[in-house]
Design a binder for this molecule. Sequence first.
Ligand code: GDP
Ligand code: ZN
Length: 298
Amino acid sequence: MTKGIILKGIGGFYYVDTPDGLIECKARGKFRKTVGKPVVGDRVSLELQPDGTGYLQEIAPRKNCLIRPAVANLDLLVAVASAAPPVTDPFLIDKVTAIAAHKGIDVLVVVNKSDVDPGDELFAIYQKSGIPTLRVSALTGEGIGELRAMLAGKIAAFAGNSGVGKSSVLNRLDGRFAAQVGEISDRIGRGKHTTRHVELMKTPGGGYIADTPGFSSFETEQMDLVLAGDLADAFPEFAPYLDACKFTGCAHVKEKGCAVLAAVERGEIAKSRHESYVKLYESVKDIKEWELSKGGTR
Ligand code: GDP
Ligand code: ZN
């Protein structure tokens, strides 16, 4: 049986990258009852047909799975930011890092447009938070070699506000990316604008990158999941302090004797990270209140 990774799914067909090249497949396996529908990033086994197409037989257990875009087995979530216009609000980055932490996916903050503004402030925030951070310029190529190395052999997805330079960075990584976008769609006779499905592109280092997913739907849907969990756990740098708060059940928002707040005061936790936490905490409260009113209880 041939093994590969699903790069794209469209209209009941799955396009699988295998050692024998890209193979168009239909699903025909018992996994429909267990893991459900195949998604991009799934590691699959397929049975080749004499006409060169294939049948998906098995889906390997998923390491993780995002909802929208539906993509499985991510090794790295890259939060692309910029200190040059359009300047990235750190809150956007913090939502991505929270999603990554919650899903157990490694995260990398990339501060692009370093040629215009080195983004010292952003850089300092994420370095302090223990989150790998890289300064790059799609224009001059600064940091692009390091980024390429960090993506090697991994399945990665880029997220970031529009205009930060996601497409430019991808193109700087490999000029063939621009050509790859929509390539599969063209092959089956559809324009690249007819679908908003996520697609994985191969990187020169033997990895894959999900083409810039729609950031707003990405963050809202996954964020609900993070909020449903223990929010403080989505901020890994809070961990050393969580057991030291004076009161059990401390929300780390403005409580007396809160060790997290004390660490923010001492400059051990970045202020903006804690501000993001509080903003998210407030939205948890909103969700809970909404759930209650929906249920008719008060
Ligand atoms: P996306 O919306 O995140 O995909 O952003 P684009 O890649 O379309 O880039 C948005 C704008 O920023 C374009 O005009 C790019 O030329 C510009 N840009 C992207 N990266 C850089 C960079 O590193 N330096 C500078 N000076 N401009 C950049
Ligand atoms: Zn606390």
